[in-house]
Write a new protein. Structure first.
Length: 131
């Protein structure tokens, strides 16, 4: 039975697993990259962040070895400061949207003035939300 469950999990994963990384220097720059390995994705995302004008040490990294679906959520505190929260490795678009909704739920985070799911990326790093 365990082998059967493991086989179904493998079928749910993409044929070629991609890694994804996000780099963010608050109020300065950011970067996003998809690569064959997490290390390569991190290096590229960090390089984009630095190229945008940030110092390397200011580029905070979020990465997943198996990209899954990823999201970017804009959050603004009642005091006025704002930031982006990125999450990766989510199993599908529905879960990605549900995570974004939950993160923006003011009954769970009453200090939030504004919150919005700004982007969803698929397994290959393709954006889903069009503007």
């Amino acid at each position: 039975m365990i082998r059967l469950a493991a086989a179904f999990l493998l079928l749910a994963a993409p044929a070629s697993a991609q890694s994804i990384a996000f780099a963010q220097a608050v109020e300065q720059s950011d970067g996003m990259a998809v690569a064959d390995t997490a290390d390569a994705a991190i290096a590229e995302a960090r390089a984009q962040c630095v190229e945008g004008g940030a110092m390397e040490q200011d580029c905070l990294i979020v990465a997943c070895d198996h990209a899954g679906y990823s999201i970017d959520v804009f959050v603004q505190h009642q005091a006025g400061n704002h930031w982006h929260e990125t999450f990766c490795g989510l199993p599908d678009e529905d879960v990605a949207r549900a995570v974004g909704e939950t993160l923006c739920d003011t009954s769970l985070r009453p200090y939030i003035m504004e919150c919005m799911l700004t982007q969803i990326w698929d397994w290959n790093g393709n954006p889903i939300i069009e503007y």
